[in-house]
Design a protein around this ligand. Structure first.
Ligand SMILES: [Zn+2]
Length: 107
């Protein structure tokens, strides 16, 4: 499975309870096919007091979302779009938006 989502991409959630939310990709887990998206899929975690955290309690933290549940928002046309991967001169692989046909990655 080829991961077409990269860190710092803006994605929108297309299914599940967070459908319609969008945010920045904070982390990608290529093996698991999952991503952590800012402010999406918050889960409550119980923490115990430690040296770092003075107070124990409940913290909300983003949990990984399956990559099939998100779509990258094109930074050229601003629409959630599927991406295709093209090899450009010099052998670099870049992602191209299927809606506007613009490269969303740096050359
Ligand atoms: Zn586009």
């Amino acid at each position: 499975m080829r991961i077409k989502v990269k860190k710092n991409d803006i994605v929108t959630v297309i299914s599940g309870s967070d459908k319609g939310k969008s945010g920045k990709v904070l982390k990608v887990f290529p093996k698991e096919g999952k991503v952590i998206v800012e402010k999406v899929n918050f889960v409550k975690k119980h923490t115990k007091p430690s040296q770092k955290v003075q107070q124990g309690g409940i913290v909300e933290k983003e949990a990984p979302v399956n990559i099939s549940k998100v779509k990258v928002i094109c930074n050229k046309c601003g629409k959630p779009s599927r991406m295709k991967i093209t090899t450009i001169a010099g052998g670099k692989r870049v992602r191209v938006c299927k809606k506007c046909n613009e490269m969303i990655d740096e050359k």
